[in-house]
Design a protein around this ligand. Structure first.
Ligand SMILES: *Cc1c(COP(=O)(O)O)cnc(C)c1O
Length: 418
């Protein structure tokens, strides 16, 4: 069980809304920090353990900056994310560049910033040599283990059907090629899980990596110095779901580390994760106002936000918990579809959801919107992306991104040539 509580009271929220009209995304600073401290503590047994925040989840420089004092780096997959790192001052090996289908301009920026390049494909060695002329001393590569006995899930899918990474043979060949080209420090990356709260799924990823590290040593005489276990640590979106236990996660990964690497006298390996979802997901809330009620074949509650503010329910059918502010303890004796205003019938935050009676003007809080929420925003139907606010421990708020304006929306149109 998890309680789906809110980090603000109704009065606090009203005073925030008086300054920043709904809809907006608000992030709980202390929640993000405390969660990250606990995650890092669970891996304190591994010297040099590193968490790279997957910027794509919440690409806001204030969130990146917030995590920086904890030693958290950034996992980037695009030029925009690299540019954000540069602005925030996250550079060098604090950046893991895990991209795919990467144009050279993006590699160029990553190399300029001194990021760790995590190669997605063996042909990219030649690609980098052709465009850049050399490789950095430290390189990582993404391994796709193909057929698994179990595992894979809906968002990433089966490894054999995933576009990411290299086959076993290619990865071995790639390490050899990179060594011949002067690379001195090697990392290994595998990401199989997505939104997985089962520690054993993450243990499996670790075991695959550790066993492959042994094979790499045996076949090539190369010691892998760091292993990046990817992201995919899950969030308990539903109240009846159990959040993942970080201590347990740390413990099962340690068990695999001891059983496979330590038991085979492998030199120390620094472990890493590049989690996004679990870092900000549970600590972000989309705050909206109910502006319409509609009673036809179903009862509808129309919000002042829409799927342009949070696409996950429409895109994946994802559940996001809803709290009607001030009615937390009221009986859930109504059934509603909670909608936005797009001309798309899948623009629904909740379908046939049991909720307390909702009145126009009620503040509707959509939980767990902190990752892939604002980030996936789009402008279809001319919808404007909302502001993002950071809620501090003392209850004060900083606007960390203003809402878009119609001038922003039309800024790429030149009306003078009409
Ligand atoms: C999306 C992604 C992540 C982050 O995944 P989460 O599920 O948000 O933790 C990490 N690494 C890569 C390569 C990704 O594509």
């Amino acid at each position: 069980m998890n309680q789906k509580t809110l980090p603000f009271t109704s009065e606090q929220l009203e005073s925030i809304i008086a300054q920043y009209p709904t809809p907006f995304h608000i992030y709980d600073e202390e929640g993000i920090l405390e969660n990250m401290r606990q995650f890092l503590a669970a891996f304190s047994w591994n010297e040099g353990f590193k968490q790279y925040f997957a910027v794509k989840a919440t690409p806001n420089p204030y969130i990146m900056r917030l995590l920086q004092p904890l030693g958290v780096g950034a996992d980037c997959s695009s030029l925009a994310e690299l540019l954000l790192c540069e602005k925030v001052g996250i550079i060098g090996h604090d950046i893991m560049f895990t991209s795919n289908d990467t144009p050279y301009v993006e590699y160029k920026k990553a190399l300029e910033l001194g990021a760790i390049i995590n190669l997605d494909d063996i042909t990219h060695i030649d690609y980098l040599m052709k465009h850049h002329g050399s490789l950095p001393e430290t390189m990582c590569l993404r391994y796709n283990p193909g057929n698994l006995k179990t595992g894979g899930n809906d968002i990433i899918g089966l490894p054999t059907e995933a576009k990411y990474g290299m086959t076993r043979e290619q990865a071995l060949e790639a390490y050899k090629q990179m060594q011949d080209l002067g690379v001195k420090h090697f990392g290994l990356h595998v990401m199989l899980a997505s939104n997985d709260r089962d520690v054993n799924a993450h243990k499996q990823t670790a075991e695959i990596c550790f066993e492959f590290a042994l094979e790499i040593r045996e076949k090539l005489g190369i010691n892998i110095e760091f292993i990046d276990l990817g992201g995919g640590v899950g969030v308990a979106y539903r109240p009846e779901e159990e959040p993942i236990n970080f201590k347990e996660l740390g413990a099962v990964v340690k068990e695999a580390y001891d059983n496979i690497l330590v038991a085979n006298n492998y030199p120390h390996v620094q472990l890493a994760y590049e989690c996004g979802r679990m870092v900000t997901g549970p600590f972000g809330y989309l705050v909206s106002t109910a502006i319409h009620k509609k009673d036809i074949y179903r009862q509808y509650i129309g919000l002042d936000s829409c799927m342009a503010n949070l696409m996950r329910p429409a895109l994946y059918g994802s559940y996001h918990h809803i709290t009607v502010m001030g009615k937390e303890n009221a009986p859930k004796d109504h059934v509603y579809d909670v909608t936005g205003s797009l001309c798309e019938n899948n623009d629904k935050f909740a379908i046939q959801r049991e909720l307390p009676k909702i009145d126009i003007g009620d503040r509707i809080i959509i939980h767990d919107a902190g990752a892939h929420g604002h980030a996936m925003g789009f402008n279809y139907n001319g919808k404007l992306r909302s502001a993002e606010l950071l809620l501090h421990k003392d209850g004060s708020v900083t606007q960390i991104r203003r809402a878009e304006t119609y001038d922003d929306l039309f800024s790429t149109l030149d009306f003078s040539n009409l």
